[in-house]
Design a protein around this ligand. Structure first.
Ligand SMILES: [Zn+2]
Length: 86
């Protein structure tokens, strides 16, 4: 597999250089409103940053992204009640 990605970008994206699902190296960081659902209940995380594979549609979240999702998800509501981080 050829690695002709610019080094500059590799340092930023080194955590996720390829799609974990299909191996596509074009997976890229996006930032948009993200909608998820939990037990049929929909919720939105505005302006979430995550990685999306243009090939298979796989979405990958980094630590910050996971925390954002958890902060909005009804699934995690009980784990940190009324706690808001800036
Ligand atoms: Zn993929």
């Amino acid at each position: 597999m050829p690695t002709n990605l610019p080094l500059k970008e590799m340092t930023l994206e080194e955590k996720l250089a390829a799609c974990p699902s299909c191996g596509n190296r074009n997976i890229k960081k996006v930032r948009r409103n993200w909608t998820g659902s939990f037990k049929g209940k929909r919720y939105m995380v505005p302006n979430l940053q995550y990685y999306e594979c243009p090939d298979c549609g796989e979405k990958v979240y980094d630590r910050d992204g996971m925390r954002e999702i958890e902060a909005h998800s009804p699934a995690f509501e009980r784990m940190h009640p009324k706690r808001r981080s800036a």
